[in-house]
Design a protein around this ligand. Structure first.
Ligand code: NDP
Length: 796
C-alpha cells in the first residue's frame, strides 16, 4: 500500500466529546429547574420539556415563567441595583473579571451543554461561542474599570430586561449582560424557550463566583414570559435579539413608556465575490458564512452575489467543497454541521426551499450522510435565483444559500442593498481600492472585507434599517446602557398655554383698513418656497394675541414632496466633513447678519424681553458654530481586534430624518435639532414650532443665501401632531426626532415601528435649550449617526 492510497482513503473516526459532567449537572436538576431569582433557584409552579434537537430525547424540564415570576425577578433586580451601582467601577470590574474566569474554568461544561441544548457542533461552541463569551466579560470588566473616567457624564439606566434567541444562547447572554452589569445596571434575562440551559448554568455559577444576589436574574419561559417582561412598569430598558416581527411588536408596546430599547433583528446579508477575489479563500468564506451554526445566524451570508465572469467556475468549486462537509452528532468533534434547533424550524426551511424551487431556482444538495432522527438538513445551494424571489428576500435561518450574479460594481451594490434588512455584508476582492470603495456604499452595520462572521467584544455589532437599532460591543455598545446625567435631571414640561391660539377669524388687515398684502409664508421644499398642496393657510398669533401672519398648512403630500426632495439631496451625506462644517458656519454668519430682525420677531412672537430674544439668537449662532466644529471632529475609530487586521468604526449619516420642534425657544430649539443632523450628513424635513412658525419661515432667507444644496433642509409648517404622524409612518424616512408634548413621543415611537426607524424623543420632559450640557453635543450627535464597522484582515 502506498502512502497516497492512505491519504486518498482516510476517513474520520468517531471523536465524541464526553458529556458526563453535563449529564451530572442535569441529573442534579432532574426534578425540573426553577427560575434564578435573587441569587437562587425558585420552586416553579409549571414546567415544560426541553429536548436535544439532534436526537429528540428529553434533556431537562424548564420553568414556565408567569407575570408573577417576572415581577419577582424585576423586584430582585431593583433591590440590588443601587448597591451594585454604588459599588463603583472598580468593584464591578472585579466581578466581571471573576465571571470571565468562571466561564474559562467551566469552558468545557458550557460548550457541551450548549451543543446538547442547541444541536450545534461542539467544535463551534468550544472554539467560538465560549471563548467569545469570556472575551466579552474581560472587555467589559475594562469598561467598568474606566467608567468613572470615560463615561463621567453618564448614569446607568437601572433595571434592564433582556430577551435572547436560541441560535447563540450563551453568547447572546454575554453580549447582553456584560455591558449592562459593567455599567451599573441589574438584569432580568429571558432566554429562548428552546435553549434555557446555558443561562441557568451561568446564573448558578455566577453566584458561586460571588456575584451579589439580584444583580442577574433569569426567568425562563416562552414568548408570553418575554411579553410580561416587556410590559413590566419597573423595567428601564428592553434589549432584544430575535425576529424582526417580534422586534416590531416590542417597539409598538414600549412606545411612549420611556423605556430605552435596542433591537438586534433579522438579516439577509450579501456575500459579494468580485472576479479578482482569491477564489479558494472566498469558497471557505461561503462555508463559514452560511453553514456555520447551520445557517441559523442573523448575519449569515445568505445571498451569494458572484461576478458573472467567474460564476460558473465558482459554483462548480463550491459544489465540490460542499461534498466534503460532514454532518453529525453535535458532540462529535469532527463534524461541520449539526442539527437545526427544532422540528418547526426544520419544517420552515424545507417549505422555503420547496417554494424557492417552485419559483424557478435550481437546488443542489450534496450526497452526504445525515444522522437519522433529529432535525438535520443538508447544506443547500440555490442557483438561478431571481432577486425578487422569496428565497432571495426572506430570512430562511437555515443552511440555505441563494446565489445570484452581477456584472458591475454598481450592480453588486444595488443587489446587495435590495433588501429591507441591513445587518452585515462580506466583500471579496484582492483589489483594496475596490473593496474599500464598496464597503461604505453597503447599507449594513458590519462589513467584512475578505472575511466573514468575525466578532469581537470591542467592535460594535448591530443593524441598519429593519435589522434593528443600537449596537452591542465596544464603546457604542456601552452607551446603550447609559443615559446622559444632564437628561436624567429633566422635569415634565409645563403644558403650553393654548389660550391665545385661536383659529383665524378674519382676514389680516393693514393699518389703512385695506386688506394687507399676502404675507402667507410658504413652505420650503427642495430649495424653493412653495405653496402648500392643500392651498390652506393657518393663522399665527403674536404674544399679545394679535394676528401676526399666516403660514402654509402643510399636509401629507407636502411631507411626501419634502421627503422626495431630501432623498434627491443624497450627495450631502457623502460631502466631506469639512464641506459640512463650512455649510454650518455659513448659516451662522448669515443668521448673525440678520440677528436684530430675528430677535425682534422672537420678542413679538413669544413675548420674551428684547434682551432674552437677542440672547436666543446669539445662542443659536453659537450652536451652529458648535456643530460646525463637531462636523469634522465627531468621527470614527480604528479597533484592533484579536486578529491580524483592523476594524474601522465609521460614523455614517442615518439618511433622511424627520424633525418636529417644540414650541419653546422657537429658533434655538429649531437650530439645536437641525444642526447636529446636518453636521453628520443627514438630510432633514423639519416641522417648526406650530405656535411660532414665522421664526422658521424667516430662516428661509438664511438658507437661500447659504450654500447648502437644495433639499438638504426642507421646512413644512402646519399642525405638528398630524405632520409628525405622517413623518413617523413614512417608509422613506430613516429616523424621526420630536420634542414637545408627551403624546408626540408615544406617537413617534409607535408609528416608527413600520420600517423600524430610529427615534429621538423627550417623553414630554422639558429641555433647557440654553444649557449646552443638555441641548448640545455628543448626546445628539450619537443619535444623528449609525456606526458601521468595516473589518479588514491583512497579510498574506
Ligand atoms: P423570536 O423573535 O420569536 O424569539 C426571540 C426571543 O423573543 C425568544 O426568547 C422568544 O421567546 C421571545 N419572544 C417571542 N415572542 C415574544 C413577545 N411577544 N414578546 C417578548 N418576547 C418574545 O424568534 P424565534 O425564536 O421564534 O425565531 C423565529 C424566526 O426569527 C427565525 O426563523 C429567524 O428567522 C428569526 N430569528 C432571528 C434571530 C436573529 O438573531 N436575528 C434570532 C432568532 C430568530 P421563546 O423563543 O421562548 O418563545
Amino acid at each position: 500500500m502506498s502512502v497516497s492510497h492512505y491519504f486518498d482513503t482516510m476517513d474520520y473516526g468517531p471523536a465524541p466529546e464526553s458529556d458526563s459532567e453535563a449529564r451530572l449537572w442535569l441529573a442534579r436538576h432532574a426534578d425540573g429547574f426553577g427560575h434564578h431569582i435573587g441569587g437562587r433557584f425558585t420552586t416553579a409552579a409549571a414546567h415544560f420539556d426541553t429536548a436535544e434537537p439532534a436526537t429528540g430525547k428529553l434533556l431537562a424540564r424548564i420553568a414556565q415563567g408567569s407575570a408573577a415570576d417576572v415581577d419577582a425577578a424585576v423586584a430582585a433586580a431593583r433591590n440590588a441595583q443601587l448597591d451594585w451601582q454604588a459599588l463603583g467601577g472598580h468593584g464591578r470590574a472585579r466581578h466581571l473579571y471573576a465571571l470571565a474566569r468562571m466561564v474559562q474554568r467551566h469552558a468545557r461544561l458550557f460548550a457541551v451543554i450548549e451543543a446538547l441544548d442547541n444541536g450545534k457542533p461542539i467544535r463551534e461552541t468550544r472554539d467560538i461561542d465560549v471563548p467569545l463569551v469570556a472575551r466579552h466579560f474581560y472587555h467589559h470588566a475594562g469598561w467598568a474599570q474606566l467608567q468613572e473616567r470615560e463615561f463621567a457624564d453618564q448614569a446607568p439606566l437601572g433595571v434592564i430586561g433582556q430577551i435572547v434567541p436560541w441560535n447563540f444562547p450563551l453568547l447572546m447572554l454575554a453580549w447582553k449582560i456584560a455591558p449592562a452589569l459593567a455599567l451599573g445596571n441589574t438584569v432580568v434575562l429571558k432566554p429562548a424557550e428552546f435553549t434555557s440551559l446555558s443561562a441557568l448554568l451561568f446564573a448558578e455559577l455566577a453566584v458561586q463566583a460571588g456575584l451579589p444576589a439580584g444583580v442577574l436574574n433569569v426567568v425562563t419561559g416562552d414568548g408570553a414570559t418575554g411579553a410580561a417582561l416587556v410590559a413590566h412598569q419597573d423595567v428601564n430598558k428592553i434589549a432584544f435579539t430575535g425576529s424582526t416581527e417580534v422586534g416590531r411588536l416590542i417597539r409598538e408596546q414600549t412606545a411612549g413608556s420611556g423605556k430605552s430599547l435596542t433591537l438586534e433583528l433579522g438579516g439577509k446579508s450579501p456575500f459579494i465575490v468580485f472576479e479578482d477575489a482569491d477564489i479558494d479563500a472566498a469558497i471557505e468564506g461561503v462555508v463559514d458564512a452560511i453553514w456555520f451554526n447551520q445557517g441559523q445566524v442573523c448575519c449569515a451570508g445568505a445571498r451569494l452575489l458572484v461576478q458573472e465572469g467567474i460564476a460558473e467556475d465558482f459554483i462548480t468549486r463550491l459544489k465540490r467543497r460542499m461534498q466534503s462537509l460532514r454532518a453529525g452528532q453535535p458532540l462529535d468533534k469532527t463534524i461541520d454541521i449539526g442539527s437545526l434547533i427544532a422540528p418547526s424550524q426544520l419544517e420552515r426551511v424545507r417549505t422555503l426551499v420547496e417554494l424557492g424551487v417552485k419559483e424557478g431556482a435550481s437546488c443542489y444538495q450534496p450526497a452526504i450522510d445525515l444522522p437519522a432522527g433529529g432535525c438535520f438538513y443538508p447544506p443547500t445551494l440555490l442557483t438561478n435565483v431571481h432577486p425578487s424571489s422569496t428565497v432571495a428576500t426572506e430570512e430562511i435561518f437555515g443552511p440555505v444559500l441563494a446565489a445570484m450574479t452581477f456584472r458591475t460594481p454598481d450592480e453588486a451594490v444595488a443587489l446587495a442593498n435590495n433588501t429591507r434588512y441591513g445587518l452585515a455584508a462580506s466583500v471579496w476582492s484582492e483589489t483594496i481600492g475596490l473593496a474599500l470603495g464598496i464597503a461604505p456604499q453597503l447599507k449594513a452595520g458590519v462589513v467584512w472585507v475578505n472575511s466573514t462572521n468575525l466578532f469581537d467584544a470591542g467592535v460594535g455589532f448591530g443593524g441598519y434599517r429593519e435589522s434593528g437599532f443600537g449596537r452591542e460591543g465596544g464603546r457604542e455598545g456601552c452607551y446603550e446602557y447609559l443615559k446622559p446625567r444632564a437628561w436624567a435631571e429633566r422635569r415634565q414640561r409645563v403644558a403650553a398655554n393654548a389660550a391665545n391660539i385661536e383659529p383665524a377669524a378674519h382676514e389680516p388687515r393693514s393699518a389703512t383698513g385695506l386688506p394687507a398684502l399676502d404675507r402667507t409664508a410658504k413652505l420650503y421644499i427642495g430649495g424653493k418656497q412653495v405653496r402648500p398642496d392643500g392651498e390652506h393657510a393657518q393663522a399665527v398669533f403674536g404674544a399679545a394675541g394679535q394676528l401676526f401672519g399666516e403660514v402654509g398648512a402643510g399636509n401629507r403630500k407636502d411631507i411626501r414632496n419634502a421627503v422626495a426632495a431630501a432623498h434627491a439631496a443624497a450627495a450631502w451625506s457623502n460631502a466631506t466633513p469639512h464641506r459640512r462644517a463650512q455649510g454650518l458656519y455659513y448659516l451662522a454668519e448669515n443668521l448673525s447678519a440678520r440677528s436684530a430682525e430675528f430677535a425682534a420677531r422672537i420678542a413679538a412672537s413669544t413675548g420674551v424681553s428684547a434682551g432674552a430674544a437677542q440672547a436666543e439668537v446669539e445662542a443659536s449662532i453659537q450652536r451652529l458654530f458648535s456643530y460646525g466644529a463637531w462636523a469634522d471632529k465627531y468621527e470614527g475609530t480604528v479597533h484592533v481586534p484579536p486578529l491580524r487586521g483592523v476594524a474601522l468604526a465609521m460614523v455614517e449619516a442615518i439618511g433622511v430624518v424627520g424633525v418636529v420642534c417644540p414650541d419653546e425657544a422657537p429658533l434655538l430649539a429649531f437650530i439645536s435639532l437641525l444642526a447636529p443632523l446636518l453636521a453628520m450628513g443627514n438630510r432633514v424635513v423639519i416641522v417648526p414650532s406650530e405656535r411660532h412658525p414665522l421664526i422658521a419661515t424667516d430662516f428661509y432667507q438664511v438658507l437661500e443665501t447659504s450654500d447648502l444644496p437644495a433639499g438638504v433642509v426642507n421646512i413644512v409648517t402646519g399642525a405638528s401632531d398630524s405632520l409628525l404622524q405622517t413623518l413617523a409612518a413614512h417608509d422613506d424616512v430613516d429616523a424621526v426626532w420630536t420634542f414637545g408634548a408627551k403624546a408626540r413621543s408615544q406617537a413617534a415611537e409607535r408609528l416608527s415601528a413600520g420600517n423600524l426607524k430610529r427615534t429621538l424623543v423627550d417623553y414630554g420632559l422639558a429641555t433647557d435649550w440654553h444649557d449646552a450640557m443638555v441641548a448640545e453635543g455628543p448626546a445628539f450627535l450619537r443619535h444623528a449617526v449609525q456606526v458601521k464597522n468595516i473589518w479588514i484582515p491583512y497579510g498574506e
